[in-house]
Ligand binder design. Structure first.
Ligand code: AMP
Length: 192
């Protein structure tokens, strides 16, 4: 089973992807985590990623597409995967369609976790207050979140109609508790 989780930054995609990974034995592919490992390794890609992530912008489509096209071919993706953070632009959504087709894989579900911007801003404010400096992501601050939300609405939200037209888009209210959200997602993925 191959799933895309969509939604604004801070909507809980990572948390839900981890729950799905455990429940269905499919692997979470978080492009943000992949980029953060590159940053930690100090590679050239990591240096570029750090600057881009800290500014709240997006990495170039060709780089992200290449990372994902190689990643989905690895053996741990054989039972399926949950894309968390990809695609983030129409270009990436089109590239994903091509790469799935050429590797004989299908997309089973696209799930949008819907959360109001102001709730996300409130959530980040409490996270910043609760977490120690070292546990916090360097892009965890209100200013960067607002920038990332702007980019989400401009560049990522336009891919929602792309999946809606294909009859693939499911929406889940992400303002419920973590368990309620995951129960809704489980209902969607077990309906077929
Ligand atoms: P995330 O952990 O998914 O919130 O991603 C953190 C940051 O990594 C984003 O704000 C982007 O700068 C970058 N990033 C992650 N995934 C992508 C992607 N698919 N395309 C472009 N940039 C990405």
């Amino acid at each position: 089973m191959n799933i895309i989780l969509l939604g604004p930054p801070g909507a809980g995609k990572g948390t839900q992807a981890k729950i799905l990974q455990k429940a269905y034995g499919i692997i979470q592919l978080s492009t943000g985590d992949m980029l953060r490992s590159s940053v930690a390794s100090g590679s050239k890609l990591g240096q570029q990623a750090k600057a881009v992530m800290d500014s709240g912008n997006l990495m170039p489509d060709d780089i992200m597409t290449q990372i994902i096209s190689q990643r989905i071919e690895q053996t741990d993706c054989i039972n399926g995967f949950i894309l968390d953070g990809f695609p983030r632009t129409t270009e990436q959504a089109l590239a994903l369609e091509d790469m799935l087709e050429s590797s004989d894989k299908v997309l089973d579900f696209v799930i949008e976790i819907v959360v109001d911007d102001e709730i996300l801003v409130d959530r980040i404010k409490s996270r910043v207050e609760e977490m120690s400096q070292e546990d916090r992501r360097s892009d965890d601050n209100v200013e960067t979140l607002r920038k990332r939300l702007g980019i989400y609405h401009e560049q990522t939200a336009p891919i929602l109609p792309f999946y809606r037209e294909r009859g693939m888009l499911n929406q889940v209210d992400g303002m419920m508790s973590i368990t309620e959200v995951s129960n809704k997602i489980k209902q969607i993925v077990t309906t077929v």
